[in-house]
Design a binder for this molecule. Structure first.
Ligand code: DAH
Length: 346
């Protein structure tokens, strides 16, 4: 035992500590609760009784030696650290690492811009589910049973969930959200409803089975066709430019009466004629109309008291026009070379 004490004493005296990590190793090896000195204290009871006192004193001296060395080295390391300038170890001549900017998807840019434009005239934003039923997607919107318009929309049907009577489907348009709003709120209602929609179409540069629409709905007393026209004209000027021209063509949708399709003068050729506008000078931007009284009634709103207008437009086409994107598939391919091009736009 005494030999071991002596050997440890020499070891500790010779031990060189120059770093914080080294100091930690020293503590673990010698002074710590599981260190070698603690071991020796445990063995003290095996020392014959007559020697125990003197061995105990030597052990205490060894412990003190180790502790003193530890304290002194720690102090020394702290003093050294304090003497160093705070920025030691930095090289200010190295080039900076630029912070990586995220990019926003071009469809989100368009959606947010449209939302901002309508929010300035009092429209709030509403959303609804993408998995719908026949009633919200068709019946409540005045699509007659077995009417070809239902087929017009190339619906994806889902197997009925347990206990449900109606087929479930992927909504083919955001007009479903109109229905949900009218059912759950009292007029005045003034909302726009962006969202993803689905139709069973072959994927090409110009069509996709998943795309986006933004729907608008305004229901109150005395809402007129003139309100519709002025609201859309305001939007067209804000979104497409102050000198844009607009025209309305009569059209048909089951859920509006009268119905209209709205064109703006072609932004590319300024109305002269090009392949974007198919040499007509006009580009269609949305469908719209006065909400059919049957729709109001189906959703629990009294058509004698209230009237309103609705409109719906795709997000892909205006985005392609604005950023000159030639292939719609780029929107869903997550190609970083494409997405990175929108880095600086907010
Ligand atoms: N739901 C129509 C579609 O997907 C677009 C539409 C037309 C929406 C006229 C409307 C509207 O709200 O009034 O083709």
């Amino acid at each position: 035992m005494q030999d071991t004490i002596q050997q440890l004493q020499q070891e500790i005296e010779a031990y060189d500590v120059t770093t914080a990590a080294g100091l930690d190793q020293f503590r673990i090896a010698y002074t710590g609760r599981k260190g070698r000195i603690a071991d020796l204290f445990d063995q003290l009871k095996t020392v014959p009784a007559e020697d125990r006192r003197s061995v105990g004193q030597q052990l205490n001296a060894l412990k003190q030696l180790a502790q003193d060395k530890f304290d002194q080295r720690r102090q020394q390391l702290e003093d050294e650290a304090a003497a160093q300038p705070a920025d030691a170890g930095y090289d200010y001549t190295l080039p900076a690492v630029p912070g990586a900017l995220g990019t926003r998807h071009p469809l989100s840019l368009t959606r947010d811009e449209i939302v901002r434009i309508f929010s300035r005239i009092g429209f709030n934003v509403a959303e609804g589910p993408e998995i719908e039923d026949d009633w919200h997607n068709f019946s409540a919107l005045n699509f007659p049973e077995n009417h070809p318009a239902r087929e017009m929309q190339d619906t994806f049907f889902l197997p009925p969930a347990g206990g449900e009577e109606q087929n479930r489907l992927l909504r083919t348009h955001t007009s479903t959200v109109q229905v949900r709003l009218m059912q759950s709120q009292k007029p005045p209602i003034r909302s726009i409803m962006p969202g993803r929609v689905y139709r069973n179409e072959a994927i090409s540069a110009r069509a996709h089975m998943v795309f986006h629409q933004i729907e608008g709905l305004y229901i109150d007393e005395n809402v007129s066709f003139a309100d519709l026209k002025q609201t859309i004209y305001y939007f067209a000027q804000e979104f497409y430019g102050q000198d844009v021209k607009m025209r309305m063509r009569p059209s048909y949708f089951p859920f509006t009466e009268p119905s209209t399709e709205i064109d703006i003068s072609c932004l590319i050729c300024k109305g002269v004629g090009c392949n974007i506008c198919k040499y007509t000078g006009w580009v269609e931007i949305m469908g719209a109309g006065m909400v059919d009284p049957n729709v109001l009634r189906a959703c629990g709103i009294d058509p004698e008291r209230y009237s309103g207008f609705a409109f719906g437009m795709g997000l892909e086409r205006p985005t392609m026009l604005k950023y000159q994107i030639k292939d719609l598939r780029l929107f869903t391919q997550n190609d970083m070379r494409f997405l990175r091009q929108f880095e600086a736009i907010h």
